[in-house]
Design a protein around this ligand. Structure first.
Ligand code: NDP
Length: 323
């Protein structure tokens, strides 16, 4: 029987990237569509996954054999800090409903999406897959982080009690077309792209919160999409896999802001507001050693090319993008 793949969160940044890759890679290739395979990209309009009945109905409608579970309440540092309980509860409900429905409907495989935010605040770097539960997460996003950690707990429990083939992926910061560019609630990269655009348009300074020193690993959504497709087809363990660029490819917020200025042809330099307590975590490098040892040959898109494609999409879609 050919696979029916349900992508929850299929209308978001990562979901749209998986749809793009499935449509654009040659059919039958490693990341392209396989003959007879059906892909469904579901957003919240189709089913509110916080609701158990709606979730079960979605599974009954499509009868997925495989699920890539991306749906989540997602936000940047400030949204996470302000709405800890909402991030905790919405994400716990979504994850519990999806995994329960997949169990009831005997779905062959589920890959759920965690995040490097789930890792302990105080931990020895680089982050590796077995360190997820070694201490409390950073206080700024502890609601979101605890909800996501529980997915790994659930995956193990479902496997041990019912033999389910449920696993998880841990991406670092994602960026790309279809991101959320909302100035208050977006992640750092889309927020900076939007700020830079407005500063250029209004001829005002491009101000960047914090001192620009924190380091982050960014993965292009279309690269991440390929890694999810690989994990769905070729990875069989319950243990999570970090989906990331190399840990030596960390980039500072300062360099990121400078790259955005360059790609957007902004005439001025960014201005850093030097409030250290606006920085978030200093750095949290994650190792992609496990991924690279398993996937073999994989080429990440060069950072500047990925940034250019993202900025081009943002400029072309400004009217309809999440701003
Ligand atoms: P987006 O915010 O772009 O998309 C979120 C998706 O989830 C949308 O399709 C949205 O549907 C759906 N969704 C939200 N709430 C519900 C709900 N109650 N019921 C059904 N669907 C819902 O997120 P991303 O694509 O950035 O994130 C995808 C996954 O990757 C998430 O699990 C996130 O935690 C994880 N992740 C993201 C990172 C990042 O930097 N963006 C970093 C690490 C992990 P709709 O739009 O139709 O409302």
């Amino acid at each position: 029987m050919a696979a029916v793949v349900l992508v929850t969160g299929g209308t978001g940044l990562v979901g749209k990237a998986i749809e793009y890759v499935i449509e654009h890679e040659p059919e039958g290739s490693r990341f392209g569509k396989r003959p007879g395979e059906k892909w469904i990209f579901a957003g919240s309009r189709e089913a509110d996954l916080r609701n158990p009945e709606e979730t079960l109905k979605l599974f009954e409608k499509y009868q997925p054999t495989h699920v890539i579970h991306l749906a989540a309440l997602v936000g940047g540092l400030f949204a996470n800090r302000e709405r800890k309980m909402t991030f905790l509860r919405d994400n716990m409900l979504i994850n519990d409903n999806v995994l329960h429905a997949a169990h009831i409907k005997e779905t062959k495989k589920v890959i759920s999406c965690l995040s490097t935010c789930v890792f302990p605040d105080k931990v020895e770097y680089p982050l590796t897959e077995e360190k997820v539960h070694l201490g409390p997460p950073h206080s700024s996003n502890f609601g979101y982080a605890h909800a996501k950690r529980m997915v790994d707990v659930q995956n193990h429990a479902y496997k041990e009690e019912f033999g389910c083939n449920f696993t998880s992926a841990i991406p670092t910061n994602v960026f790309g077309p279809h991101d959320n560019f909302d100035l208050k609630h977006a992640h750092v990269m889309p927020a900076l792209i939007h700020k830079c655009y407005l500063s250029q348009k209004k001829n005002t300074p491009f101000k960047v919160m914090g001192d620009g020193s924190p380091l982050r690993q960014f993965i292009y959504s279309r690269d991440l999409a390929k890694l999810f497709i690989w994990q769905m087809r070729e990875y069989e363990s319950v243990e999570p896999v970090i989906l990331s660029v190399d840990e030596n490819d960390e980039i500072s917020i300062r360099d990121l802001a400078n790259s955005i200025v360059k790609v957007m042809n902004h005439p001025d330099k960014p201005e850093f507001e030097n409030e250290i307590n606006d920085n978030g975590q200093d750095r949290k490098p994650a190792s992609n050693a496990k991924l690279m040892s398993l996937i073999g040959d994989f080429k990440f898109t060069p950072f500047e090319q990925a940034l250019e494609e993202t900025v081009t999409w943002f400029l072309q879609n400004y009217a309809n993008a999440r701003t």
